[in-house]
Design a protein around this ligand. Structure first.
Ligand code: CA
Length: 222
């Protein structure tokens, strides 16, 4: 079950329709209070939260969810028309698992929902990430490509981790910059290309798993 809090009826219905089409059960709510009532009855696997809502806004609802023992581990995706960096920083600080900026394509939307469900909530995200014969033990900071242990710098490691956690999803350079270098990083997207190049070299054959999507960014798998 997926809950969607969105005050605009058209968008809410479209989201529910899309989720149903993707094989998910979903319920829509106009505001946080209505969702909280439902939460008392049934715990969803994922909550989609609009930011601009009448009454309690999405950020307040997110904070509430994350501060309660009972709801803390439910993954949350913020769905927002406001794509400013500011919102992203605030959201990630509060523990949102991902962002979708309106308007969004349905295929991307479903891919993100699936990715978040796969990796579970931020607190319990998998310690071992695997793609074919490439694996990462996150806590131990260890990467194995084929049979070989690979030494990566912190940024290379975080870059690979972000790609591995979002398998099948094209990660734009801006998004990678945000996730790996931080949203306040004042660098250029070329930084990403440079790190991808060294990362590929270090991974040897497994370096080919990182695909370039021309004009967009990078992805692993899918
Ligand atoms: Ca809204």
């Amino acid at each position: 079950m997926i809950y969607c809090v969105e005050d605009e009826r058209n968008i809410r219905e479209l989201v529910i329709y899309t989720l149903n089409g993707g094989g998910f059960e979903a319920k829509g709510f106009e505001n946080g209070a209505a969702m909280e009532e439902a939460l008392a009855e049934e715990m969803p696997e994922l909550i989609l939260l609009d930011i601009m809502l009448p009454g309690e806004n999405g950020m307040d609802i997110l904070k509430k969810l994350k501060s309660s023992e009972r709801t803390r581990d439910i993954p949350v995706i913020m769905v927002t028309a406001k794509g400013s960096e500011y919102d992203k920083v605030i959201g990630l600080d509060c523990g949102a698992d991902d962002y979708i900026v309106k308007p969004f394509g349905m295929m991307e939307f479903l891919a993100r929902v699936r990715a978040v469900l796969r990796r579970g909530s931020r607190n319990q995200r998998s310690d071992v990430l695997i793609f074919r014969d490439l694996s990462m033990e996150v806590e131990r900071h260890q990467v194995t490509a084929g049979e070989e242990k690979v030494n990566l710098t912190l940024k290379e490691f975080e870059l690979l981790r972000t790609l591995m956690e979002n398998q099948g999803i094209v990660m734009t350079r801006d998004r990678l910059l945000g996730q790996v270098w931080g949203y306040d990083f004042d660098g250029e997207t070329r930084t990403v290309d440079v790190h991808v190049r060294t990362l590929r070299q270090k991974l040897g054959e497994c370096g080919n798993y990182i695909e370039t999507v021309r004009g967009v960014g990078y992805k692993i798998g899918g």
